[in-house]
Design a protein around this ligand. Structure first.
Ligand code: KIV
Ligand code: ZN
Length: 387
């Protein structure tokens, strides 16, 4: 079966910067954009140029700096937004515009105060206007997953007829689940004649903790672009973590029959850079990039990993740029892990010595959570003194 290449659209610098408390200055944005390019993402949403002078200038600086990745700017269905994005992006080697308007009843009634007919007219007018300035126009019906499906199809069809070649389906408030989101993509595939000619994209939020699963469900059902951020930063509970999607596609290639241009061994470096510049610490137990993602605690697991890492590791640490796994020594550790660690420190104990040392190690481990390198030196040396 043929592999489908999934485009990665990174919005760390736009939706990611919508994380409360996070602000990147222009230099930091350029630094992140260059690392994203190195990581292999296809499109970088560099900002929302109309939002502020600073955002405009950052998008412009990124457009000038990148040589490979496409640079994208966000715009509402407002001509000034589109003109502003055009100005910010005009020097890019490759650019796209991303225009959006909400389509759910709740947004139409309370936020936009528009009828469905008015929204369709606005989509038509502004996608056409954008198409006169950009070769590639991406359209997003905001709050798509809370939009009545019949109207969503009309909105998407209107955007395609007006010239959009990428349709992004946002789960703006993280409301959907994988079964429902997959069904929505299948419905769009049935209803939109040009489904395979245009690129359908997925953009999920993590309010119910399902954004990665939802993105993967969309990919299973025809999405060919995935939007998200590094480390999943973003508005409220955040966005789809792109590093998780990239690694899931790679590890489960057999299942998804899809791949990407992501340079996987740049993953950890990319995550660390975004964490440092955003001030958002990566939780230790976070998939793929968390500090504990390649750490083994229980004796049974440690023994298995020492015999063959495949017993308890589906991701080889070096795949994502992590130097090696770690076997933390504590009360659950077994003799195998203990003696291996001692050997790494240069202590090769006789069988009889090993037995006593292991007993003393267990006594110590009952008193403290983690046994450090210093503890191990002390343990062996005190045994030698007693001899
Ligand atoms: O979550 C959302 O709906 C967005 C749009 C601008 C695509 O970020
Ligand atoms: Zn979003």
């Amino acid at each position: 079966m043929e592999m489908t290449e999934i485009q990665f659209f990174d919005t760390t610098l736009r939706d990611g910067e919508q994380t409360p408390g996070v602000h990147f200055d222009q230099n930091e944005k350029v630094q992140i954009a260059k690392q994203l390019e190195k990581w292999g993402v296809n499109v970088i949403e560099a900002g929302f140029p109309i939002a502020s002078k600073g955002d405009f200038e950052s998008v412009q600086a990124i457009a000038r700096a990148l040589k490979k990745a496409t640079v994208c700017g966000l715009a509402r269905c407002v001509k000034e937004d589109i003109d502003c994005a055009y100005e910010a992006l005009k020097e890019a080697f490759s650019s796209q515009i991303h225009i959006f308007i909400a389509t759910s009843d709740i947004h139409l009634k309370y936020k936009l105060k528009m009828t469905q007919t008015e929204v369709l007219e606005t989509i038509q007018e502004h996608v056409r206007y954008a198409k006169e300035r950009f070769e590639v126009v991406q359209f997003s019906p905001e709050d798509a997953t809370r939009t009545e499906w019949g109207f969503l199809v009309q909105a998407v069809q209107t955007a395609i007829d007006a010239g959009a070649t990428i349709i992004n389906i946002p789960d703006t408030v993280g409301y959907t689940n994988p079964t429902e989101f997959g069904a929505l993509f299948r419905h769009l595939k049935e209803q939109i004649l040009q489904f395979d000619e245009v690129i359908f994209s997925t953009h999920c939020h993590d309010d119910l903790g399902m954004s990665v699963a939802n993105a993967l469900a969309a990919i299973e059902n025809g999405a060919r672009r995935v939007e998200g951020t590094v480390n999943g930063i973003g508005e409220r509970a955040g966005n789809t973590s792109l590093e998780e999607v990239a690694v899931a596609l790679h590890i489960r290639k057999d299942y998804y029959q899809a791949d990407s241009t992501i340079v996987l061994n740049e993953t950890k470096r990319t995550s660390e850079l975004v964490s440092r510049l955003s001030g958002m610490m990566v939780p230790k137990n976070k998939a793929v990039v968390g500090g504990n993602a390649y750490a083994h605690e229980s004796g049974i697991h440690q023994d298995g990993v020492l015999k063959n890492p495949d017993t308890y590791e589906i991701i080889t640490p070096s795949l994502v740029g992590v130097e090696k796994n770690s076997l933390s020594l504590g009360k659950l550790s077994g003799r195998h892990a203990f003696l291996t660690r001692l050997a790494e420190l240069g202590y090769h104990l006789e069988k009889s010595e090993a037995k006593g040392a292991f007993q003393r190690f267990k006594q110590l481990a009952d008193m403290k959570k983690n046994i450090t390198e210093e503890d191990l030196h002390a343990l062996v040396l005190s045994q030698e003194v007693e001899k």
